[in-house]
Write a new protein. Sequence first.
Lengths: 343, 289
Amino acid sequence: MRVRLAGGRRRASDRCLFTLTMKTTYLDFEQPIAELEAKIEELSEVQGEAALDISEEIERLRKKGMALTKEIYAKLTAWQIAQVARHPQRPYTLDYIQRLTSDFQELHGDRAFADDPAIVGGIARFDGEPVVVIGHQKGRDTKEKLLRNFGMPRPEGYRKALRLMRLAEKFKLPVLTFIDTPGAYPGIGAEERGQSEAIARNLYVMAELKTPIVCTVIGEGGSGGALAIGVGDIVMMLQYATYSVISPEGCASILWKSADKASLAAESLGITANRLKSLGLIDRIVEEPLGGAHRDPETMAENLRGALRDALKQLRERPLNGLLNDRYARLMGYGKFKETRAG
Amino acid sequence: MSWFQKILPPKIQRRVEAAKKTVPEGLWSKCPNCEAVLYAADLDNNAHVCPQCGHHNRIGARKRLELLLDEGEQTEIGANVLPVDTLRFKDSRKYSERLSDAAKETGEKDALVVVAGKVLGVPLVAAAFEFRFMGGSMGSVVGERFVRGVDAAIKGKQPFVCISASGGARMQEGLLSLMQMAKTSAALTQLSAHRLPFISVLTDPTMGGVSASFAMLGDVIIAEPGALIGFAGPRVIEQTVREKLPEGFQRAEFLLEHGAIDMIVDRRELRKVIARTVCALMRKPAPRV
């Protein structure tokens, strides 16, 4: 894999703003596509030297490749979608911030203990209008993965997010959050510093924050660690993102006593955008380009731009009181139960 | 094992084991902490706190409420809200089967019981978790009953008390249970808006999605001695960090030391502490103790 950083000297926190020039990494179920694309590449390379014109053949294979991708992606299982959501080349929060906003000014720290690089946030302009952006941030290479703690925040991360949300409220800026985490970090220090309280506080504050909030699950929506920046007026998911109460592996090892049953657990948990939309837990699915966001980050970003633009337009027109009432009503509406008349 | 048991051949050993079980269950019980053998009725009269070492045994939701609330008029809230298997979840067993088994075992329909009553004459709404009902896990019914309890407290201008004992969110309801974290926390914003106190009591164990939502949002947070309280379970943490966890990690005393809770209160003193606290917060005369 070859990774070229855009711009020479960048701070660590900006490091994932790179241009992807690396080869696509194929997932297991994408092997037929990988083989076909390898063949296309091979042919493209020999084309220059060949006496025969093989461009027609290449074009034919390309079409076949697209058709094959379409076919495979049309019937992905929940577990396969979870693989796409965790794809190592999937665009992360800073990639979207870079493509979708201008004048991004990252803000750091929880003012109490530390700056958690697993959550990034700051002020930026979206369509020229100032907004506060907050998101989980995973790392691209090993070094950055460690720095970002694989996108698993500690309490400081959530408290930084909370501080930025309060900032947004004070200055009447809408909040855009980007969700992409395996979950909140299960560590000794995280527990000592109140991981539970940090998450709980965010749920509480987001429920009554006096400014519009739009949440988008861009990759993995891992449990409470995801929800802690996921309470809002409009909740969207990218087509191949997942959102779950527990990871399929975790669920499988508890209920099936075997992590091998993750694919079964993924199916049962109903973690995909389609399933969650039908349960009324999310509002909108943002379409991904053929083969997933990582195959065409630019198109993905444009699709997301459209969806965010719609969402903000819709929310900006609402008076604050109505907005908060609707948000509360929507939160109270979560849940499926039956009710007998007695009692 | 005594020397006598050790020399017994295995077959007879098994018989001795079997014979042991014929002692009427529940007459005697052994303290899991100090191993003192206690007469069950004594333990029951002592709020299930070991008279020898003070160990707080786990108790069910009804027992909790019985210990907390004054005798007399009590109204249960949300008992008619019942679980459904929306996802048709099935692992080694069906969720619907697990629900009916849990109901049979506990006599409850879900893991939270909410009752309006009085504590030392102070009217309030109290919720208690039934840990034996699927590990006290929070699904749609727990969330809804919690919210109805909060609503009733607002309507009656009363404080709300929740006694937690839960492993976290209920996996079998998928993301619906995760959203109960947001729902219950949001309900507390309304209680606050009406300037009504929320007292959160954490008992053994309070973990995961329950700890990471309303349980940590109390105006006053009380824990029982020795209760395990945390976000991630000790096993998960141990596997992640690959080191041995410090002594007493995630116990109530550890949380108090780290500033996560207000106080640790003996179960037998809980009524008094709660009544005193909510009366002061609501600027009412001190309760008659």
